[in-house]
Write a protein that binds this ligand. Structure first.
Ligand code: FES
Ligand SMILES: [Fe+2]
Length: 406
């Protein structure tokens, strides 16, 4: 399908392609596991269907298809009874393994009374489900790595947020290679940018400077922010761990940022962010908590900036790229591995691929733009006129500037 075809020779046509008919194979994070531990069943709309998440009496978190195989009742409106979820319609009891264990009014449970149970992983305070359209278990080596800080008193607890975005989730994955949007959409200033794709992982390494035209000057007594270093890796199609360090005058601040999502259907997904911050004595007793809260807000603002773009843009299968753009086509080739049967994964989808962007020209152009913004701001301050073109959104809540990989 095309959205632009003027019939003029030489006019670039946008190919929007079709959204995939299936959902990616891989681990998907459903959020903080604690949220599901309140003894009640939870409804989760994911992978084009409805799921129920419940904690059984043995403490395990279980994920089943929500629709009861008896007469279609919604298990997520039911009740947890012991180790089973009881359907609100006729009280059939379903175990976390997907088997019907008991029908209180019946002499026996029908043979093959079984519903779909999802493989789960409860790790570092997060609940994951394995999605595989072919129904296979997760292969060896396709694991979500442990996040050391998440289990450590030396780090804050998760600050977690989620929001529904109404577009296909490929848009968020594209950002892995999109250096330029960090300047124009997020008001950060990348100076180094590299991607490495290998197997089921895709990494973005980015260094950036703080942008003086996009934030108020540091408050007195607070160290000025110099820049950040971010090493962010997607482990599979949807879960990115970003080791993010903010560099301040005289100190570094280490964070782990999670950027993850799960598809609701082909045209919407739940976008989630989580952050933990290392407790550094130089931040003071409440400093790390405060910093985590501020960063969390800040990351949300970053997501909002992306969402504003996604809301209005078109899907595009044939982006027209310049030399200073990242490897969009190679990234999408990597991403495709999750949408084909395991037997159809081609070597070029998983082979190691490395690309470091030459940032010389962008850095030159952006320095100039920042200087112009500052000059305009100074002139406006002197003359009392409007401060110029940098939007209010550019003003971050503190001295930080977004690193972050999305
Ligand atoms: S529909 Fe679930 S018990 Fe009847
Ligand atoms: Fe972004």
């Amino acid at each position: 399908m095309t959205t632009t075809d003027t019939g003029h020779d030489g006019v670039r046509t946008i190919e929007t392609g079709a959204v995939p008919a299936r959902f990616a194979r891989g681990w998907h994070c459903l959020g903080l596991s604690e949220r599901f531990r309140d003894g009640r069943p939870h409804t989760v709309h994911a992978f084009g269907s409805k799921l129920v998440v419940f904690q059984s009496g043995d403490g395990r978190l279980n994920v089943l298809d929500a629709y009861c195989r008896h007469m279609g009742g919604d298990l997520s409106q039911g009740t947890v009874k012991g180790d089973e979820i009881a359907c609100p319609f006729h009280d059939w009891r379903w175990g976390g393994d997907g088997r019907c264990k008991k029908i209180p009014y019946a002499r026996r449970v029908p043979l093959r009374a079984r519903t779909a149970a999802w493989t789960t992983l409860d790790q570092d305070g997060l609940l994951f489900v394995w999605n595989d359209p072919e129904g296979n278990p997760p292969p060896d080596g396709v694991a979500i790595p442990r996040i050391e800080g998440a289990a450590s008193d030396g780090w804050t607890d998760w600050r977690w947020n989620e929001t529904v975005v109404h577009t296909n989730c490929r848009e968020v994955v594209d950002n892995v290679v999109d250096m330029a949007h960090f300047f124009y959409v997020h008001y950060s200033f990348p100076t180094y940018f590299k991607n490495v794709f290998e197997g089921h992982t895709a990494t973005q390494i980015m260094k950036g400077l703080s942008r003086p035209d996009a934030r108020p000057p540091s408050k007195k007594g607070r160290p000025g922010m110099l820049g950040n270093t971010s090493v962010a890796t997607y482990h599979g199609p949807s879960f990115m761990i970003d080791d993010l360090t903010y560099h301040y005058e005289g100190m570094d601040l280490d964070c782990v940022l999670i950027n993850c999502h799960y598809p609701v259907d082909a045209n919407s997904f739940v976008l989630q962010s989580g952050i933990i911050v290392e407790r550094d004595e130089r931040l003071g007793a409440a400093g790390a908590e405060e910093m985590a809260a501020r960063l969390s807000d800040f990351i949300l603002r970053g997501f909002e900036q992306d969402v504003r773009i996604w809301k209005n843009k078109t899907r595009i299968d044939n982006p027209l790229l310049c030399e200073e753009d990242g490897p969009v086509y190679q990234l999408r080739r990597w991403y495709e591995q999750f949408y084909v049967d395991a037997a159809d994964v081609r070597p070029e989808m998983v082979e190691r691929f490395e690309f470091e962007l030459d940032t010389t020209r962008p850095v030159e152009a952006w320095k100039k733009e920042v200087e112009e913004n500052l000059a305009r701001r100074a002139a406006a301050a002197a003359g009392g006129a409007s401060p110029g073109t940098v939007s209010r959104d550019a003003v971050s809540p503190g001295e930080v500037s977004p690193g972050g990989a999305a």
